[in-house]
Design a protein around this ligand. Structure first.
Ligand code: CP
Ligand code: NVA
Length: 314
């Protein structure tokens, strides 16, 4: 039996394989309860503060709907409207929020901001995307892969594009869960070296593998999963034009996906920049599972909230 009560969810590297599998199992249960209409108000009366420094569609809505379905209440807090904007520290904000709410979810620029929130809050802190990682996304991604492929271990999961926050979380969770993760980026846009080292260590322990390439065609050969994300993340708008040129050979289009297994699935955390990192014919193809993936944000995050804020044991 695994308990995650009180844990922060900042980076999936902090979790064991067994803990990740517990979250995925709970997410599957949440989805079934949701589909059959079985009440599951396991966080009755609890509140979640949701701080946003950046825009969001999926994260905001899935957390807000998710906490409501669990019997709780979510407060959307634009960081610009908090005293944070006028210089109140993250530490003091964390201490104050902890007197009101049972959990904090935050979407931030600097990863250190979620680390500081977690350090000073006495309630669990969940990372809703930082410049370093996007753990809730990867949990929904692996829930989707498990549903579509029936397993994770042994699959070839290929990420093509920028070595960013989404790539980091996909690499970390995939290598912990025994997948063969391949990342193909342009030179100079590789994942953080620390995450590459983690991925290699995780793979050695799980029986999976990790490989970093600069050739997208070679990378996607016989892939079970092809994953991409935007070329310029939030906060990198000034680099967008330059990146469009550099990343062009890494576009996921019909020619590229031909090299994958015929039954591969295409994934993207969304929002997609259609015509840039992915073409319409790929994102709208029968192989694309992007909307199942978006839906699973709801189920996976409900699992996370129930486990860390509620103390249910699975
Ligand atoms: N994938 C994702 O996190 O989407 P939002 O930016 O809409 O929350
Ligand atoms: N890498 C993207 C993901 C958005 C969900 C970003 O950080 O903007």
């Amino acid at each position: 039996v695994v308990s995650l009560a009180g844990r922060d969810v900042l980076c999936l590297q902090d979790f064991t394989r067994e803990e990740l599998e517990t979250i995925l199992k709970t997410a599957e249960m949440m989805k079934i309860w949701n589909k059959i209409g079985k009440p599951h108000r396991v966080l009755e009366g609890k509140t979640l503060a949701m701080i946003f420094q950046k825009p969001s569609t999926r994260t905001r809505i899935s957390f807000e709907v998710g906490i409501y379905q669990l019997g709780g209440y979510g407060l959307y807090l634009n960081a610009q409207d908090l005293q944070l904007r006028r210089g109140e520290t993250i530490a003091d904000t964390a201490r104050v929020l902890s007197r009101y709410v049972d959990g904090i979810m935050a979407r931030v620029y600097a990863h250190k901001d979620v680390e500081d929130l977690a350090k000073y809050a006495s309630v669990p802190v969940i990372n809703g995307l930082s410049d370093f990682s996007h753990p809730c996304q990867a949990l929904a991604d692996y829930q989707t892969i498990l549903e579509k492929k029936g397993r994770i271990a042994g699959l070839k999961i290929v990420y093509v594009g920028d070595g960013n926050n989404v790539a980091h979380s996909l690499m970390i969770a995939g290598t912990k869960l025994g997948a063969n993760v391949v990342v193909a980026t342009p030179e100079g846009y590789e994942p953080d070296p620390k995450v590459i080292k983690w991925a290699e260590q995780n793979a050695a322990e799980s029986g999976g593998s990790f490989e970093l390439l600069h050739d997208p065609v070679k990378a996607v050969k016989d892939a079970d999963v092809i994953y991409t994300d935007v070329w310029a993340s939030m906060g990198q708008e000034a680099e967008a034009e330059q990146r469009r040129k550099i990343f062009q050979p890494f576009q996921v289009n019909r020619d590229l996906v031909k090299h994958a297994k015929p039954d591969h699935i295409f994934m993207h955390c969304l929002p997609a920049h259609r015509g840039e990192e992915v073409t319409d014919d790929v994102v709208d193809s029968p192989n694309s599972v992007v909307f199942d993936e978006a839906e699973n944000r709801l189920h996976a995050q409900k699992a996370v909230m129930a486990l860390v804020m509620g103390g249910i044991k699975v």
